[in-house]
Design a protein around this ligand. Structure first.
Ligand code: DGL
Length: 258
């Protein structure tokens, strides 16, 4: 069991930003990545549909023998994490937490921006987290309209991408945000554009994926699931979208790995 892979799932390419951090934190672990691809984007789908899609994806990873699954998608976490944990217990499942807490602790201006999909922003998870940590802090939440499509279509470094990012981030900068939380795993692929847009404004961009990787390490230790030392890790890629998309996942993952 310990040599079994860790499953990592997203609606598409975005979860590779989490895959990269998990690989960095756990270089001895085999990883099996499932990027749905066929049903991406999830961001404005009804909640029940996202629960069904997440269930199918996690079932596929479990069928491949995964010992722990990371739902590397904020939208699927917001819609389905309780359902998945109940259905697949006792297998540990790690979800994406919107990194509102560290941003609220770090802000000096008292204004925090959050970028995420529509479905994540109108979910309970975001509302609860914002209410819990955002006391006395102005949280400016804006959906990253078009961001996921830009990444899925390899257009993240185009003028169109810069325009989209400017439009979303503008209201946060106007309010004086000094922290911008990336609440969707696709968004770190837009980091070069984001950094250009906020340059000189004293804004920190908060990506929760390193914290998610630390949580995976913690759970592997707690459940005594670490792979035996000395094993050569294997990296597999699955999708519901066909071989061309599967190859894209593999190439993008390998290109982003250190
Ligand atoms: N990457 C996903 C997230 O973290 C979802 C993007 C989408 O499919 O809309 O929310």
């Amino acid at each position: 069991m310990n040599s079994a892979p860790i499953g990592i799932y997203d609606s598409g390419l975005g979860g590779l930003t989490v895959w990269r951090e998990v690989r960095r934190a756990l270089p001895g672990e085999s990883l099996l990545y499932l990027g749905d691809g066929k049903n991406c984007p999830y961001g404005s789908r009804p909640r029940e549909e996202i629960v069904r899609l997440a269930d199918e994806a996690v079932a596929a990873l479990v069928a491949q023998g995964c010992k722990l699954v990371v739902v590397a998608c904020n939208t699927a976490t917001a819609a389905a994490i309780d359902f998945l944990r109940a259905k697949y217990a006792p297998m540990p499942i790690v979800g994406m937490e919107p990194a509102v807490k560290p941003a609220c602790l770090a802000t000096r201006s008292g204004v925090v921006g959050v970028l995420a999909t529509e479905r994540s922003l109108d979910g309970d998870l975001f509302r609860r987290t914002a209410a819990l940590y955002g006391k006395g802090i102005e949280v400016v939440a804006v959906p990253g309209r078009g961001f996921v499509e830009l990444v899925e279509n390899s257009r993240e470094s185009t003028p169109e991408a810069e325009e989209c990012v400017r439009r979303a981030v503008g209201p946060m900068l106007e309010r004086g945000a000094d922290q911008i939380v990336l609440g969707c795993t696709h968004y770190p692929f837009l980091l070069p554009v984001l950094e250009r847009v906020v340059a000189g404004r004293g804004v920190a961009i908060v990506d929760p994926s390193p914290a998610v990787a630390r949580r995976v390490v913690e759970l592997l230790d707690r459940f005594e699931l670490r792979a035996d030392a000395g094993r050569v890790p294997a990296y597999g890629f699955l999708t519901f979208a066909g071989e061309t998309y599967r190859l894209r996942l593999e190439q993008k993952a390998m290109a982003s790995a250190d």
